[in-house]
Design a protein around this ligand. Structure first.
Ligand SMILES: [Zn+2]
Length: 305
């Protein structure tokens, strides 16, 4: 985790092109066809849009939309749903409680407290059209649909293929099936579990003042970038500014691994670490299945071998 890769040195990072997310026409509304970008020049220049994260900056969502307050020298890592989003991964991957009890609201509160206790800066967002129970973060508002898609038999092949591609040799079939099963059990009481999730951002704001952003405008994500280079993140505003408004979903997978190490630091907790990361990646793919039609290109940014 310490070996932050120096930016601007092409030899230290590599971009892998995994092609389109899917050819199956997912049900989400965000389509790369609406905002095409030149793939070849994109891959050559992608590294220049990555900047060092600021440890004290609030955690960001994978959402590619604009926040006028984002300052490139003060960006937090990007994960789906920000800090509250990690609560579902904990519930599905790690929690030993009965899955028939608990609420997402309580799980998110515990997760926000963990972030604060561990010195990690939590964060989340609304958007400029959020009202009432709808907060404007697709990863939070759509959580019941995300869970439904993750456990949809029609989507499971696509889902497993993509989770495997991201985890590569860390993919553990037993953990995958375990989280999938936990998701199915939780789905049976989705309404009760997710009740009150619209209040989570109020809670986040109360526990960590100034941790909630307001993103502007429409979704125009044309690609998905999964970043494995520790301590770096996508400058999403600049990316969009320089691509005629096209945006990118950015997922800093390194951050999920870092959080797993912080939450489960003991040598004996390797299983919990692996299950947490598995659940987080599974939820990320299901989030993309919910928000997009699958036409976005999937790029991986990784340390060079
Ligand atoms: Zn979001």
């Amino acid at each position: 985790m310490d070996d932050v890769i120096e930016l601007g040195q092409k030899s230290t990072t590599q971009i892998l092109d995994l092609g389109k997310l899917s050819d199956h026409g997912w049900a989400g509304s965000v389509s790369a066809n609406d905002n095409p970008v030149d793939q070849m020049s994109l891959i050559e220049t992608l590294d220049s849009y990555y900047v060092p994260t600021n440890q004290r900056a609030k955690t960001r969502c994978i959402d590619g939309r604009h926040d006028p307050k984002f300052d490139e020298t003060n960006l937090g890592a990007q994960v789906p749903g920000g800090a509250p989003g990690a609560a579902l991964a904990y519930r599905l991957g790690v929690d030993k409680d009965d899955l028939t009890r608990g609420t997402f609201y309580n799980d998110a509160e515990v997760m926000i407290d963990s972030y604060l206790r561990l010195g990690l800066s939590p964060g989340g967002h609304r958007d400029d059209s959020s009202v009432g129970e709808v907060v404007g973060c697709g990863a939070i508002d759509g959580m019941d649909a995300i869970l439904a898609n993750m456990t949809d038999p029609a989507l499971v092949e696509d889902h497993k293929r993509l989770v495997k591609a991201l985890l590569d040799k860390d993919f553990d079939r037993d953990n995958y099936l375990r989280v999938l099963g936990a998701g199915l059990v939780l789905r049976s009481r989705s309404r009760g579990y997710f009740a009150g999730r619209g209040e989570i951002l109020d809670l986040l704001e109360k526990k960590a003042p100034n941790s909630v952003s307001v993103l502007e405008g429409q979704h125009k994500e044309s690609l998905v970038i999964v970043n494995f280079v520790p301590g770096t993140t996508l400058s999403s505003n600049r990316f969009s500014d320089e691509h005629r408004g096209a945006q990118a979903f950015g997922y800093d997978l390194w951050r999920s691994k870092q959080l797993a190490k912080s939450l489960f630091p003991l040598p004996s907790q390797e299983v919990e670490r692996n299950r947490f990361v598995m659940a987080r990646v599974m939820i990320t793919i299901a989030t993309l299945m919910t928000l997009t039609d699958g036409t976005q290109r999937l790029l991986i940014r990784a340390p060079a071998n």
